[in-house]
Design a protein around this ligand. Structure first.
Ligand code: ZN
Length: 315
């Protein structure tokens, strides 16, 4: 069944998301999105965005109305990622380009929805998160940028082994309370950058990163063994490595590390989450400074020094 073409058809922008274009078509033709979806044969409910949302579409009607081919319409959708363990495509607008969205109201580009997109491919400006993070260090930004590139390459190469490793890493972050559901596309820039940074660490020094996270955290160790019984051997291996850190990382809890010549202050005890985050940051910085192929002992010594310095600077 074919229908008459829509009277007004603003051309889709390069890499525009299908739902974005349907919204702009509706405004151009002075009707609601719901009315337009009915005319296009898209039914009720959510405007299609993913390729599997178009399974029941009447293509002849849709192609006739918008004057595009089936291939061109399908290219405006997001891929189906349900078979992968890593959610790298967002189902909402967790970030956008202020410049492009300002020039074309309602515009949403496909790549803005991908976890690895940090810059707009249309204008080159940095994408803006819904909740921009304060205090994100330059090193974490570098780590996150590398992690984003790593993830993009793994997905494009369909490297299932690496993707599986990313998935496990993100699961560990969740168990440790450092990330929540879908951290790679989190609206919180800090959570997202932490997750992307973890992807980079797990790709370069997976065991060291996990060992530093687990150091002295018996509760997290028990939780990991409970959640991942099939990886008990690997968890025990990481645990042994974390035990080797004794004597290299500060034995004293960080909250006891007062500078000698300063009066005691009433300070809140750092949470385990904060300590783990600081340890991971120290590990990241050490790897960043010495390179991913550096000797393990040298990395541990350097991470130890960075951690001690940061804990005293913070106070
Ligand atoms: Zn842009």
């Amino acid at each position: 069944m074919t229908v008459n073409p829509l009277p007004r058809r603003p051309p889709p922008a390069s890499d525009e998301l299908l739902s974005s274009w349907i919204g702009r078509l509706a405004r151009a033709n002075h009707c609601s999105v719901e009315e337009l979806c009915g005319y296009l044969g898209l039914g009720q409910g959510r405007v299609p965005e993913h390729i599997n949302d178009l399974g029941q579409v009447g293509w002849a009607r849709l192609c006739s109305a918008v004057q595009l081919t089936r291939r061109e319409i399908a290219a405006m959708t997001l891929p189906d990622t349900t078979h992968l363990g890593v959610q790298y495509v967002s189902s909402d607008d967790f970030q956008s380009c202020a410049s492009c969205a300002g020039q074309t109201p309602g515009l949403i580009l496909r790549h803005w929805r991908f976890a690895w997109s940090l810059r707009c491919e249309n204008c080159g400006q940095a994408l803006v998160a819904k909740h921009p993070g304060d205090g994100i260090s330059d090193r974490l930004r570098v780590r996150a940028t590398r992690g984003a590139a790593t993830m993009k390459a793994a997905v494009q190469a369909n490297d299932l082994q690496r993707i599986r490793r990313f998935s496990l890493t993100l699961s560990v972050l969740k168990v440790l309370g450092l990330a929540y559901a879908a951290p790679l596309t989190s609206r919180s820039q800090m959570e997202r950058f932490t997750a992307l940074g973890a992807v980079d660490v797990c790709d370069t020094r997976p065991l060291l990163g996990a060992a530093i996270l687990l150091h002295g955290n018996d509760k997290a160790l028990r939780e990991l063994r409970r959640v991942f019984p099939q990886h008990r051997g690997l968890i025990d291996r990481v645990h042994r490595l974390s035990l080797e850190l004794d004597g290299r990382l500060p034995r004293k809890p960080l909250h006891q590390c007062n500078p000698v010549n300063q009066p005691d202050k009433v300070m809140s005890r750092p949470s385990r989450k904060m300590v783990s985050s600081e340890a991971l940051n120290a590990a990241r910085q050490a790897v960043s400074e010495l390179g991913s192929n550096a000797d393990r002992q040298a990395l541990l010594v350097r991470a130890d020094a960075i951690w001690k310095r940061q804990s005293c600077v913070r106070r």
